[in-house]
Design a protein around this ligand. Sequence first.
Ligand SMILES: [Zn+2]
Length: 387
Amino acid sequence: MTDMAGRADPWPSGRARPIMGFNAGMASRQPTARRYRNRPPSRFLRRLTVGIDIGGTKVAGGVVDSAGRVLDRTRRDTPGLSKSPREVEETIADVVDELTGRHDVAAVGIGAAGFVDATGSSVLFAPHLSWRHEPLREALSSRLRLPVVVENDANAAAWAEWRFGAGQGEDHLICITLGTGIGGGIVVDGLVQRGRYGVAGEFGHMQVVPGGHRCECGNRGCWEQYASGNALVREARELATAESPVAQALLDRAGRDVAAITGPLVTEAAMAGDPTAIELFDEIGHWLGVGMAGLACALDPGCFVIGGGVSDAGDLLLNPAREAYRRTLSGRGFRPEARIVRATLGNEAGLIGAADLAREEIRLFARDPRRASYRRRLFFADERDRG
Ligand SMILES: [Zn+2]
């Protein structure tokens, strides 16, 4: 076998290929897609679990069944909570208590924006909260007397789309969530790829434009400065502030108030046929496609699932993205192209995914021959630490 330049394949078939960012430790405690499909659901898989989605201003919780349906919901607004990790913990416990009061729940999964360590125990860093190396799992599981798993919110969303949404049946899936920034998750052969330290999939901070817009991560030209909801709003407001004649319809729609131009407003305008709003989505879509072509070089996925608020624009976003992807893909014309599809689970994907990953955890807990020690680790970590 030869590559495109006619050189011999350095990894002839039959030899193990190197896999980037693969965490062997995590892999051993997760099921593969194949095993998943062939096994009837055990009684653990049929139990209800709670999924929690922690945002900058709210904690949302839902009771989720084994088919990914949200049976019950509740939420707390949490303004100003970023000052106190304890207070966020209290709020999460409060939400879980309310839901477990109404349902028999087996475990809790928490999806948080930020860096979660590879074992799903601690939040290393959260951009909207003051968590720094916060041992959230042990604190909450000993308090709630339930198994708890903590997962990055974009990983949880990717898992949900793979299990129940647009990514079903895909063995090599990349999920991209376009919100204020860009969240990313990778699911390969039924495994969330978390990397060695748990922080894989932070695609939003890959540099796509050298010397470009400043990003809050400290660098310039990050992908999320060009293909996220924030990028869309920034561009729209810039046009409006410059009093460009092409932005007048958008401004009228926003009541002549530049600050009232939001992502949903631009989306609404684009769907109503406003040429400037459509052009803005063309631009965002273009950069989305360019970034995905870069990801394809590294990861060669079969499918990209695009979620988050910006994806509400549907093909107004995805068509220019597909076009730019096709034009930018390395070796184009000589390789199969990944499908690019819209996510189907909406803004509850993170909550559903976190709940389902918690269900996974109890299934593995039940099957683990060392479950006595595992049980101690999950439930009684605080006692053990005390001596
Ligand atoms: Zn950045």
